[in-house]
Every structure is written in structure tokens, then in C-alpha cells.
Design a protein around this ligand. Structure first.
Ligand SMILES: Nc1ncnc2c1ncn2[C@@H]1O[C@H](COP(=O)(O)OP(=O)(O)OP(=O)(O)O)[C@@H](O)[C@H]1O
Length: 695
């Protein structure tokens, strides 16, 4: 229900926002002063560690209290009958616009703001009382009488508000501010959506920490937004536990995407989240230098490769032919070969991974020596020290050699005999052939690595030593991960995860094509699969056009029901090869007149020529994937392989048929490209459109 704009009311709300900002600044200054003066710290020597910990907490608090000028400190208000909500949530601080005796007001914002006396000015959107802001409905008002949403200008100043009376008889409120928020021209990285999270999204955001949730959703249904907000919610609700379990991380498809989402969590006050890619997780600092052919990718990404690795490592273990000799205290202590063999059998019976098995064998041999020493009255050594003795090390090298993960992968992928021995009965001869690297790189150092090689490397490394664990992981664009990638994530999961993706956008040949299987590879088969069906980003005219590809790429999926309709949003511009460059230039020029971000998406191979033509025409742009700052120019040239997860106000997709034929899953790639636009899509082509798109 739209209220006429009452100037005094808006002024009062602005004043209140100012008060909140001043209070936040004071909170921050107080922490900064304590940090500077060392207030509360103990003795510099005796309490060194405690002091350091206190300083770390204060530095983090400062980061969390960072104030972004154009981000409003509250975005909603709930009006309850007096006495209805917990006293500590109600705004009573001096300076609040009204202290009406007939109602309790609760302001909702990105983080809680309290005055000197601890009285709340703004309640965090994740607090229990805030739930009603998102979920109160006419059928179930949750005690709320009026829900107020605010509109802001680009500087974060209140310019409007929308009140919704939540009485059973009232008509449903309009979606005016939601539509305005979505259509607000894009500038820079992704924004948070706390002010307008929808009930179906909020149910996923607030899923308990123990729940693994897998969200399938068409383009623009808010999967990424839901994943990031769930992380913020979990950190609010279970921060200590998540810290204890190793922290949290977001795994995204590439650096361009991570750069795009980088501000969302900090804007919500969450600065402790690692944002990374699967290649960074698995790569042990090795970079990706090549892409596998589809046939090779399918085999390398298959979970059977884990068995190949296991067998290879097992084959390195040999029976002992000599006993063990340890020199200590001027004497030689011996473990006869038959006892050595017995220890080996005992360790093998435990079926441990390669690294822990090796450590255990060393310890058991050391214990045997130690017992002999103790029987002789010489017991000055520890098991740990003895396990590192040169004699034990020599014996282990002959029986259970230490291995290097990169070397193992190199041997498996470059030596047909080594692979055949490990993969016999697991991979067919054809499959073995397809993963072998020819010509063979000269050395491990000379090897270039694909994303799937790195997943293999991680599988080996994971059997040598357990990687650091994480309390919760959000995996975005998960439809592209292979079983081997998913195993690498599972290895690091101490708790649950949030899996986000769209099977229709799966472009990787090694991708798992159903969510139940994804959850099984993640070792979270009991995870819940949910679907988001309302599309927020893409207007109906564009999504309906793109959805023509669905029968070919994902026959079981439907396009989203778009939240918005924009007549004129879709423009098909057919031209001739001679006029293609001119058409592109003219469309870019028109698009740049409007406010907001503009992207040109084309097949990777076509982009350099298009870029050159645009440069000749005097256009300034950034090419995504270069080191250049993606926000340096309004026009971005996007190689289609980097478009996933991104969005722009206006998008030009150039020569769809060339995108469709550039790779095996080219139609899926095209579906991604066609669904990046928030307001307008221009499809520019001289070649005929792919058949599925023709009218
Ligand atoms: N409740 C909401 N309020 C405001 N904006 C929203 C809401 N939900 C989604 N959006 C906006 O819709 C756009 C798409 O969201 P998001 O990128 O999370 O979708 P996605 O499902 O991950 O898409 P893709 O499959 O293309 O990666 C973003 O601009 C996001 O801010």
C-alpha cells in the first residue's frame, strides 16, 4: 500500500539515520581508541598472547563496524502493538523519531547499532525479531501491525517509504520497492539483498547450520545472493562454532566472479570469509595452464580416478627384505625382518591412507625399539623422536616410500605402464589412452596443469595428509564440478555446506548431471534439494527467449517465472558480415547513453577482433580476465567462458551460433550468455541463429 510521501516523516527518518550513523562512528572510534591506547591489555611480557588476541578481536571489530557511506544503516521498520516484542529489541533511545506510547518500533538493518547505554537503535536483520520483517504476511502477521520499507537515493538518503498494514483484511502490498531495487542501475560489484529477501529465499538463508542445502534455480533466481546471505546468517547465529571448526569459505567459478561478489559479505559486516576457486583450493599454488579435451575431462573427473590413485599408492608399498637397525647410545638396536613384516601387516590391516599409514608404521617400529631399550635399562628417547631416526627412515624408504603428490600425478598421466598397472580393471584401455599426456612433458616442472589435474593432485595430497577443515562451505555454480572436484571439497568439510547451481548452465564435460549424485560425492547424501523458481534478474521477454534452449540442454527443467516484464527488453539485430562491426559499435554507443553497466559477450576466440574494432572506434572498455580493474570502464568485454554468475544492465551477445559451436556444451554456454541482462539484451548476428532460438 503506497503512502503519500509525507515530508516531515521522511525528514524524521533521515534524522534517525543520521543518529544511527553518528552512533556507529562513536562505536568505531571507541574501539579504535582502545586499540591505540591498549586499554584493558595486561603486562606486555606476561600477558603477551592474551594481549595479541585482544588486539586481533579489536581489529576485526573495527573492520566489522566499517561504515559504507552509501549503504543505509536500516532498510525496514516493524510496528508492533506495545509490549508485543522483547524489550531489548524495541527502539526507545533518545532521538528516535517517535516514542509513541501506542506502539513498539523495531528498525532493521545490516548490523545492530546500539547507543552508549546499550539501547538498540537498529536490530540486525539476522536477529530473531527481524524474521517478521521477511515473513509476516496478511494470513499470519506475526504480531506486526505495519511493515515499512524504505527507498533511498544513490547516497543512501531516505527518499521514500512504503507502509504495508498487515491486517487480515488488507490487500497485499505492492512489490514496488523490490522492482525498484532490482532495476537500480548496476555500478560495480554485486549488492546485498537484505532489504528485499523474499520468503522462499529467507527459508533457505535461515536453514540451520546442521543442514546441507542444495539449491537448483534458473538464472537470476537469487542463488548466489541466498548462498552469501546464508553464510552471513550462519556466522551471526553460530560464529563461535564455525570459528572452532575452521571458518567458512565461498567457492566460486573464477576470479572474475569472486571479484564481482567480493563486497556483499563485507557490506553485511562479515569480513572473515575466504572467497576462493576450486583450483585454488586443490592446486597447492600450481596454476591452471590448460583445458582438458572433453573425453579426457570425463575420465579424469570420474570418481574412479580416486580408486586409481589408491591402487597406485598401495602398489608403492613393498614387503621388507631386511630388518631395521637403529643406532642409539653407542649401540645398534634391531627389529628383525619378520617383526618388521608383522608390523607392516598390522598397519595394512587398518586400511589407513598412505601418509597416516606410513606415520603409524614408523611409530610402531619406534615403539619396538624403545621397548628393547627400556628392557636394557636405557629409556631416554620418545616414540616420536625415535620414529624420525635415520635407521627407521631408511627402512621405511625401502618399504613405504615417501611420495610427492605432483610426481605421482605426473607419473600416472604420462607413463602408460604406470597408469595401466594402477588402472587395470578400473579404466578401460581406451579410457587410459585418453588421459595420457602426449607428448610427455619433460619433467614435473615442465608440466602444465588442468583444473582436473589439480583435483587429482589434491586426491593424492589428501591421502598423504589431511587438509585443513572448514566449518561451512558455500559452493556456487556447482553444476560444473566433477566428482573429483566434489571429493576435494568433501575432504575439507567439517560440517554442512550450501550447494548452488543450475543444471541447465552446466558447461563442463566432467560435470555431474544430477544433484543427488553431487550430494553423494560431497559425502552429504542426506542433504536437502530445494528449487528457486522466481526469476529476479532477467525480464520475462528475455528469459522466455533463452528458455527455448531448455528442451535441448535440460529437458527436465523449466525456465523461471520472471518477476518482471519489460516490453522492448529483447532486441534481435540481424546484420551482414560486412556490417557486423558497425552494428556492434552503434549498439554499444546507444547502450552507453543509458545509465548502468554494459557488457559485450562473445565466443572467446572472437573477442580480440571485436576489441580491436571497438578500440579503433574510440571506445574505452575493460576486457574481463585481464588484470585490469573490472570497474575501470562502463563497457566490459566478456569472453563467454567467464560470463557465468555475472550480470549487467545491458548485454550484447554477439554471434550466438559461434558461441554454440565453440564447444561441446556450447548451447548451455549460450544459455548462460543470454541470461545476464537486467534490463536489455541485444542479440547481434550475421550468421543464422542456432535453430533452437529461431522464431
Ligand atoms: N530478493 C531479492 N531482492 C532484490 N534483488 C534480488 C533478490 N533476489 C535476487 N535478486 C537480484 O537478482 C539478481 C540475480 O541474483 P543472483 O546472481 O543471486 O542469481 P543466481 O540464481 O545466482 O543467477 P545465475 O544462475 O545466473 O548465477 C541479482 O542482481 C540479485 O541481487
Amino acid at each position: 500500500m503506497n503512502q503519500p510521501v509525507l515530508e516531515p516523516e521522511i525528514r524524521a527518518e533521515r534524522d534517525y539515520m543520521d543518529l544511527c550513523r553518528v552512533t556507529l562512528t562513536a562505536m568505531r572510534e571507541e574501539v579504535a581508541a582502545m586499540l591505540a591506547t591498549g586499554a584493558g591489555e595486561g603486562d606486555a611480557v606476561v600477558d603477551k598472547y592474551l594481549n595479541n588476541a585482544l588486539r586481533e578481536v579489536r581489529v576485526r571489530a573495527l573492520e566489522e563496524l566499517a561504515d559504507l557511506d552509501d549503504v543505509p544503516l536500516f532498510f525496514g521498520r516493524l510496528d508492533f502493538p506495545p509490549g508485543e516484542v522483547h524489550d531489548g529489541d524495541v527502539v526507545r533511545a533518545a532521538g528516535s523519531p517517535t516514542h509513541p506510547p501506542d506502539r513498539d518500533l523495531v528498525y532493521i538493518g545490516r548490523r545492530g547499532v546500539r547507543d552508549d547505554d546499550g539501547e538498540p537503535l537498529v536490530i540486525d536483520w539476522r536477529a530473531a525479531v527481524s524474521r517478521a520483517f521477511y515473513e509476516a504476511a496478511h494470513q499470519d502477521p506475526m504480531g506486526v501491525r505495519v511493515r515499512r520499507r524504505y527507498g533511498f537515493d544513490t547516497r543512501g538518503l531516505v527518499t521514500a517509504y512504503e507502509d504495508e498494514a498487515l491486517t487480515p483484511r488488507a490487500a497485499a502490498g505492492g512489490d514496488g520497492l523490490l522492482a525498484a531495487e532490482i532495476e537500480r542501475p548496476r555500478k560495480g560489484p554485486m549488492r546485498d539483498i537484505v532489504a528485499t529477501i523474499q520468503p522462499e529465499q529467507m527459508r533457505l538463508v535461515r536453514a540451520p547450520l546442521g543442514d546441507t542445502v542444495c539449491v537448483q534455480g534458473a538464472p537470476g533466481t537469487g542463488k548466489t545472493a541466498v548462498g552469501l546471505h546464508r553464510l552471513a546468517y550462519l556466522l551471526y547465529a553460530e560464529r563461535d562454532r564455525l570459528r572452532r571448526d575452521g571458518g567458512v569459505a565461498v567457492i566460486g567459478p573464477n576470479r572474475a566472479f569472486l571479484s564481482y561478489i567480493r563486497n556483499v559479505l563485507p557490506a553485511l559486516g562479515e569480513v572473515e570469509v575466504a572467497q576462493t576457486t576450486i583450483e585454488e583450493v586443490t592446486g597447492a599454488r600450481l596454476a591452471v595452464g590448460r583445458v582438458d579435451e572433453p573425453d579426457a575431462a570425463r575420465v579424469k573427473g570420474d570418481a574412479r580416478m580416486a580408486e586409481v590413485v589408491r591402487r597406485y599408492l598401495r602398489s608403492r608399498i613393498r614387503r621388507p627384505v631386511d630388518g631395521v637397525e637403529v643406532k642409539r647410545q653407542n649401540r645398534v638396536w634391531r627389529v628383525p625382518v619378520e617383526y618388521f613384516a608383522a608390523e607392516l601387516d598390522a598397519v595394512l590391516a587398518r586400511d589407513l591412507d598412505y601418509g597416516p599409514g606410513r606415520d603409524l608404521l614408523a611409530k610402531r617400529l619406534a615403539l619396538r625399539v624403545l621397548r628393547r631399550m627400556e628392557l636394557s635399562g636405557i629409556g631416554s628417547s620418545s616414540v616420536e623422536a625415535l620414529a624420525r631416526d635415520r635407521g627407521i627412515d631408511r627402512a621405511l624408504r625401502a618399504v613405504w616410500p615417501a611420495v610427492n603428490a605432483a610426481r605421482v600425478v605426473f607419473d600416472l598421466l604420462t607413463d602408460a605402464a604406470v597408469l595401466a598397472e594402477a588402472a587395470d580393471g578400473v579404466l578401460s584401455p581406451d579410457e587410459q589412452q585418453v588421459v595420457l599426456r602426449t607428448p610427455k612433458p619433460r619433467s614435473v616442472k615442465a608440466m602444465t596443469w588442468s583444473s582436473l589435474d589439480l583435483a587429482l593432485l589434491d586426491e593424492v595430497a589428501g591421502r598423504l595428509a589431511r587438509p585443513a577443515r572448514l566449518g561451512h562451505v558455500v559452493v556456487d555454480e556447482a553444476q560444473d564440478l566433477s566428482p573429483m572436484h566434489l571429493r576435494a571439497i568433501a575432504r575439507r568439510l567439517a560440517g554442512s555446506c550450501t550447494v548452488l547451481g543450475d543444471l541447465a548452465q552446466a558447461t563442463s564435460p566432467a560435470a555431474v548431471s544430477d544433484w543427488a549424485a553431487v550430494l553423494t560425492h560431497l559425502d552429504r547424501a542426506d542433504g536437502r534439494i530445494a528449487e528457486l523458481t522466481r526469476g529476479y534478474r532477467v525480464p520475462a521477454q528475455i528469459i522466455d527467449f533463452a528458455a527455448r534452449l531448455l528442451p535441448r540442454i535440460a529437458p527436465d527443467l523449466r525456465g523461471p517465472a520472471s518477476f518482471r516484464s519489460r516490453p522492448g527488453a529483447l532486441n534481435l539485430e540481424e546484420t551482414t558480415p560486412e556490417k557486423l562491426a558497425a552494428t556492434i559499435s552503434a549498439t554499444c554507443a546507444t547502450a552507453l547513453v543509458e545509465e548502468g553497466s554494459v557488457a559485450l559477450i562473445a565466443a572467446d576466440a572472437d573477442l580480440p577482433a571485436i576489441a580491436e574494432a571497438l578500440a579503433d572506434g574510440g571506445f574505452r572498455y575493460v576486457v574481463l580476465g585481464d588484470d585490469a580493474d573490472p570497474e575501470a570502464e562502463r563497457l566490459a568485454l566478456v569472453p563467454v567462458t567467464l560470463a557465468k554468475g555475472l550480470e549487467f544492465d545491458t548485454v550484447l551477445v554477439v554471434e550466438p551460433s559461434r558461441i554454440a559451436t565453440a564447444e561441446q556444451r556450447g548451447l548451455q554456454r549460450l544459455y548462460v550468455a543470454l541470461t545476464r541482462a537486467v534490463t536489455t539484451l541485444h542479440v547481434i548476428h550475421a550468421d543464422p541463429l542456432p535453430e533452437a532460438l529461431r522464431f
